[in-house]
Design a binder for this molecule. Sequence first.
Ligand code: FAD
Ligand code: NAI
Length: 482
Amino acid sequence: MATTQTFDVLVIGAGPAGYVAAIRCAQLGMKTACIEEWKTAAGKGVLGGTCLNVGCIPSKALLESSEQYEHMLHGSGAHGISISGASMDVAKMIARKDAIVSKMTAGIEMLFRKNKITWLKGHGKFVAKTESGWQLEVRGDAAAETVQATHVIVATGSKARHLSGIRVDNETICDNVGALAFSEVPQRLGVIGAGVIGLELGSVWRRLGAKVTILEALPAFLGAADESVSREAWKLLTKEQGLDIHLGVKIGAIRTASRSGKSTVSVEYEEGGATQKLECDRLVVSVGRIPNTDGLGAENVGLKIDARGFIEVDEYCRTALPGVYAIGDVVRGPMLAHKGEEEGVMAAELIAGQKPRLDLDTIPWVIYTSPEIAWVGKTEQQLKAAGTPYRVGQFPFLANGRAMGQGDTRGFVKILAHADSDAILGVHIVNSRASELIAEAVVAMEFHASAEDIARIVHAHPSLSEVMHEAALAVDKRALNI
Ligand code: FAD
Ligand code: NAI
């Protein structure tokens, strides 16, 4: 097949990693195209990938709607506001979420037009390397074409991992796609996996009235988080909010049944040596995500994929193939949108001959439960395991005036600093605005700040950020307001 178009850079995938890479390449003067195959249920091609269509953006829209609803039911009375007859119109909530998604994905189309990025609609596949560059096939609704580029950035993302033998129909048994689009609140919602999706989407449907049971294989709750954070989160999410979380279970047979036109699911599981059964109306399977290299033609050009399915790259996202980069969820590191975006910027700037770098140790994590959980850097258990000497400064929101005014004094800020140099090694926050507060900690760590640096910075009063200040003072045992 003859080559139809030639580019400086071809990006495969227009999720947050790929679309940002394409924009940065175009900004740097490169002739750029992006191959994207995603289609809506109605068959319309869309940009934005998992994050915009069935990930970050829609989940946060539903988290906000459900939180506002719960606040009206249970939180407004303390402010002297009485609300009667509050009800949730699920169809309207979902339509609002869909409208946000459409606006965001249309925004990326606009950015592509503004930056003169060619969107090649269809599935991208490596075909060969020739003297004049990399050849890729694009197969969409129109006739397949072969395009060529000097550089390729693979940003094909990830997809939900499913359990073997369990068919996800996204009606009764769902992954993230179905769980973001329920047409009504299930009375009984089962969730397999107490990870980020299980906790966030479990929270959404619980707030709207579902009885939510989460079955988790590991014996420890939120094992990646600092232990004091996971302890606090366990207390708040189970005792305060009623998520029924079972740890250390082994999932057995999962069966669906249909009675009077209504589907139900039963999940057998082992817990503490006994066999149990969970009956529910819908089941969400959220047991992690796997990198997406389906039909990529990696074998045609010798692109290396590791044993876990990730494309092999170095710290600069370079593959072993000259001019070929891979970024985002399809490579090692946290599967987070902002990590992919910054890798996209780095790949584009490397192609342009610049010298960017990205430190995976200062990528912030946020779990958007209520309160939110956020952290950056090392946990206390990681420091102990590495034998790093450290000091801890922790301060609760309970003693903060702004938090009291807002009616949410849950959580704390915990700072871990090196015992000798005082360099900040990790910051862990539980608070309703943790996603915003963590930014100060990321800046501090990127600038190799010490706890004393934060302690000497003036923080506005009254503000939640004062708790960061107090936690930094607490590292040196001189917190002021406790
Ligand atoms: P993706 O977003 O997966 O995009 C990859 C794109 O490549 C897709 O559009 C796909 O169609 C396309 N593609 C794949 N193969 C081909 C091919 N061969 N040809 C053409 N196109 C191809 N992260 C956060 O940081 N914050 C959050 O709050 C957050 N919430 C999430 C909530 C949920 C429910 C889920 C599921 C994920 C969430 N994530 C969140 C994770 C985040 O969505 C991912 O880390 C992010 O989308 C990864 O970006 P990416 O560009 O690498 O891949
Ligand atoms: P996850 O990795 O966060 O959690 C999966 C959980 O399922 C783990 O606790 C794991 O032990 C458990 N599990 C695995 N197999 C199991 C089995 N057979 N039985 C029972 N439990 C089992 O994955 P999740 O929640 O699917 O999310 C995928 C990824 O998407 C996240 O890791 C994150 O990278 C990203 N994400 C990020 C969000 C954010 O930044 N706020 C929100 C949602 C997703």
